[in-house]
Design a protein around this ligand. Structure first.
Ligand code: SIN
Ligand code: CO
Length: 411
């Protein structure tokens, strides 16, 4: 007879409002986030047994915790066209993108498959809560929370990522093998990014509640040991300088629209008769040089607004839908005095003092001091309740609510 009671879904606790950054956290094996950042972040792997102590604690009390999201919920999400999903089968290697018909998702007791679901923070509150535990890492670095669910033997093969990732084991066991190898050549004959030569250096079996942190470019391979194995990956992107500069330059070019004196046409009353008419005129070069110097293109502050706006662009799959029966500005002001307004899970907000950027736009430009303050609170705390909001009609805050970028937290 089993000593275990029926398993209960684990309910991840909300992170405290002010994360205690210099206190030991179980999530990092008893070191503080400050120490974790100093010793491990972007430097070396860290295995944490019992990162979520609730799993081991339940076991001690002869109970069992299951993942906060059930198999059937995950399978349902894989059929949703709003969810980015992939199915990887390993013998032989094959890869398909979702959405999937229910009948094409392998049964849980089949072997050698894994289903990967991106951006889960937008689709389940438990995933959003787990993500909030990591809010001592700059929001600009955050990508998303991916969930994998697999049959025995399932995995995506030995590979490396250019991401920092926290791999939280939420259901079943997974074997992780890792290597700091320099040879990162990929097998050219496979439909997935799989290393040609994987030289295992360390390996562990992770149980529910355990966590493995990997910095970028550490080769790794995770193989499910139990049917329904779930791994939750909190991923942090680091864009290339090329991407940042291209996006910054592109937006800087767009911003020239707002400078009327640049509409002036080049004038060359001093142009002399030329024996080399095919050459670009010296006069044009000289005048352009002056204009460029005036734009101060070599100064970082000229680029940062565009780069910040870029970093708040929502993911391609993001979908915002305004409220079907929107509140009027005065009803909105009334509601926000007692019910928190929060960013939609796919909304991205960043601050570049003194401005706030949301979903690719600077939202504090030309706004009242009160609205600017409201955006600053939203950026810092991801929630806003405020009494006495005025002049909402034309505000970017009310507009963001109408666009579905900001929503009232449901009770
Ligand atoms: C997985 O969860 O199966 C894959 C995660 C990873 O290796 O990046
Ligand atoms: Co990986």
């Amino acid at each position: 007879m089993s000593l275990f009671y029926l398993s209960k879904p684990y309910q991840p606790p909300e992170a405290p409002k002010n994360l205690p950054l210099n206190q030991p956290w179980a999530l990092f094996g008893g070191i503080s986030p400050e120490l974790f950042m100093k010793r491990y972040w972007h430097k070396k792997p860290l295995l944490v047994r019992g990162a979520i102590p609730a799993f081991a604690l339940a076991k001690k009390n002869q109970q069992e915790l299951s993942s906060p999201i059930s198999e059937s919920e995950l399978f349902k999400l894989a059929t949703d066209e709003m969810v980015e999903s992939r199915l990887v089968q390993s013998k032989p290697w094959s890869f398909e993108s979702g959405p999937f018909k229910k009948s094409s998702i392998p049964k849980i007791d089949r072997k050698d498959w894994t289903l990967l679901l991106q951006g889960m923070e937008a689709h389940h509150p438990a995933a959003a809560t787990v993500l909030s535990w990591f809010r001592f890492i700059p929001d600009a670095r955050l990508d998303d929370l991916m969930i994998s669910i697999a049959g025995v033997g399932g995995g995506v093969g030995p590979h490396f990522d250019s991401y920092d990732v926290f791999l939280l084991q939420m259901s079943g066991r997974r074997q992780w093998r890792i290597s700091a190898q320099k040879d990162l050549r990929l097998n050219p004959n496979l439909p997935l990014k799989i290393l040609q030569h994987f030289q295992v250096e360390q390996e562990w079996v992770l149980e529910p509640g355990d966590m493995l942190y990997l910095p970028p470019h550490i080769a790794h391979d995770g193989i499910a040991l139990d049917a329904g194995c779930q791994t939750w990956s909190v991923g942090f992107r680091s864009p290339s300088f090329k991407e940042l500069l291209q996006e910054g330059l592109w937006r800087l070019a767009e911003s020239l629209e707002g400078i009327p004196e640049l509409e002036e046409k080049f004038a060359d009353p001093k142009q002399e008769a030329s024996t080399n008419p095919e050459e670009l005129p010296r006069e044009l070069i000289t005048q352009l040089e002056k204009k460029l110097a005036g734009l101060k293109l070599d100064q970082i502050n000229q680029f940062l607004p565009g780069i910040t706006a870029y970093l708040t662009e929502p993911k391609q799959e993001a979908f915002f839908k305004g409220p079907s029966t929107p509140l009027s500005p005065s009803q909105f002001a009334q509601k926000i005095s007692f019910q928190p307004l929060v960013p939609h899970p796919q909304t991205r907000i960043l601050s570049l003092r003194p401005h706030i950027y949301c979903n690719g736009e600077m939202v504090t430009q030309g706004q009242t001091t009160q609205i600017k303050g409201a955006w600053r609170t939203l950026a810092a705390h991801k929630a806003l309740t405020q009494k006495g909001l005025r002049s909402l009609e034309t505000s970017s805050l009310y507009e963001a609510y109408l666009s579905g970028w900001l929503v009232f937290r449901s009770e």
